[in-house]
Design a protein around this ligand. Structure first.
Ligand SMILES: Cc1cc2nc3c(=O)[nH]c(=O)nc-3n(C[C@H](O)[C@H](O)[C@H](O)COP(=O)(O)O)c2cc1C
Length: 201
């Protein structure tokens, strides 16, 4: 393998935790790498222990390792752009939110599912894996494929795997893979006093 983009570490004005700094969303995944059931379990445990509004725990996952029928189902609903690279994932996970329970609508359901998914992603990074979230899939087809009840809303597919060779990607995706990561400056991100007054320069 050549020129593996191993490090697209976040550029920060002060150090942040290495797990956060080293998380990014690669498309080049190693097709030879599998994930053990125990490691996958750890990712889901990390997600399960996320905080949620009133401990309502709205996040749920449909999970498939490469070679399993659930993987194929999730892969099958991805849009074409995501299908170009996500088939090399060791596992695909469909993150969904329970939007209501017997007491009515669940407030902050998507927020809760987002928190759970970031826990999952960071656990993957902490274990030396990579994870890439995708909204680019057919949500209705995903709901049908897994027979989701009406109150269960598909949100993202998460590809988990090991970093691979960017030369194997399409030309467009090679460019994206090697492009610098960007964020709004901290001065436009955190305010104090009133809106627009930077908390940090
Ligand atoms: C909700 C959500 C949906 C996303 N959808 C896609 C997608 O369909 N395809 C894709 O390649 N990346 C997708 N991404 C990845 C983002 O493009 C990526 O996180 C963003 O560009 C920042 O890059 P970084 O994660 O490497 O820091 C998605 C990320 C999130 C959080």
């Amino acid at each position: 393998m050549t020129d593996i983009v191993t490090d697209k570490q976040a550029v920060t004005s002060v150090p942040v935790h290495p797990t956060i700094a080293h998380r990014w969303s690669p498309r080049a995944l190693d097709p030879a790498v599998r994930i053990s059931s125990e490691r996958l379990r750890a990712l889901l445990e990390a997600a399960r222990w996320a905080p949620s509004f009133g401990n309502t725990q709205p996040a749920r996952y449909l999970v498939g390792r490469r070679g399993e029928p659930a993987f194929d189902k999730i892969f099958g609903v991805l849009n074409r752009g995501n299908q170009q690279w996500a088939g090399n994932a060791a596992a695909l996970l469909l993150a969904v939110a329970l939007t209501s329970n017997e007491k009515g609508e669940l407030p902050y359901a998507e927020y809760g599912a987002g928190l759970a998914s970031e826990n999952l992603v960071l656990q993957a990074v902490a274990e030396g894996l990579v994870a890439h979230q995708m909204a680019g899939f057919d949500h209705e087809a995903a709901a049908a494929a897994f027979n989701l009840p009406a109150h269960v809303r598909p949100l993202v597919v998460i590809a988990v795997g090991a970093l691979g060779d960017p030369d194997e990607l399409s030309e467009r995706n090679q460019g994206r893979e090697r492009a610098p990561r960007e964020r709004v400056p901290l001065a436009e991100f955190a305010f104090t006093g009133e809106w627009g007054t930077p908390a940090f320069e």
